[in-house]
Design a protein around this ligand. Structure first.
Ligand SMILES: Nc1ncnc2c1ncn2[C@@H]1O[C@H](COP(=O)(O)OP(=O)(O)OP(=O)(O)O)[C@@H](O)[C@H]1O
Ligand SMILES: [Mg+2]
Length: 164
């Protein structure tokens, strides 16, 4: 099942990341794809913060994976520099995929043969005007839950506006 979202301001990215943080759980895999500069790391930073990570999240381009302790363990991969998917075995990718944390994989499309079917895929498209189109693909229960959390966050924000 799939969900399409539009972002015309960075606060939207933060809101969507918050909804993801409330929807993802242990063992989930979030695959991020999109061109250079699409906003994969930025989304991951908001997501990690919402998941309780206090330290500053940076792109693991050179070391391939950074681990964080949030409400659950978080494994943030950036596989852009991988020259062939086999290299992922060397860093124990599979153990993380089937482990007890949340895996976030930037450039997952480059190693898609290693990604289990149950993974959630997010595609970020940066438009010329600087807006972003986001496509989320996942199981029906995941997409329903994500929508519910997005609506709740939207309502909370609207209520806050009214009291201003
Ligand atoms: N929703 C957004 N609104 C405005 N600016 C954004 C948004 N998302 C990301 N950016 C900006 O776009 C730039 C690139 O973002 P980011 O590093 O997250 O991209 P990336 O997809 O991780 O790129 P790479 O493929 O190089 O890792 C950053 O300067 C970031 O602040
Ligand atoms: Mg990045």
């Amino acid at each position: 099942m799939q969900l399409e979202l539009n972002i015309d301001h960075i606060e939207e990215t933060e809101k969507i990341a918050k909804a993801f943080s409330e929807t993802l759980g242990r063992g989930d895999i979030l695959c991020l794809q999109g061109d250079l500069g699409a906003g994969k790391t930025t989304f991951t930073q908001f997501l990690c913060r919402s998941l309780g990570v206090e330290e500053y999240v940076t792109s693991p381009t050179f070391n391939i994976m950074n681990a964080y302790e949030g409400m659950v363990p978080i494994y943030h991969f950036d596989v852009y520099r991988i020259s062939e998917p086999d290299e992922m075995y060397e860093i124990g990718f599979e153990e993380y995929l089937y482990g007890r944390g949340i895996c976030i994989v930037e450039w997952a499309n480059l190693v898609d043969e290693l990604i289990p079917d149950r993974a959630i895929w997010m595609t970020i498209l940066l438009n010329l005007e600087g807006t972003r189109d986001i496509k989320v693909e996942g199981s029906e229960p995941f997409i329903f839950k994500l929508k519910e959390h997005l609506d709740k966050i939207e309502n909370r924000l609207e209520r806050k506006d009214q009291t201003l």
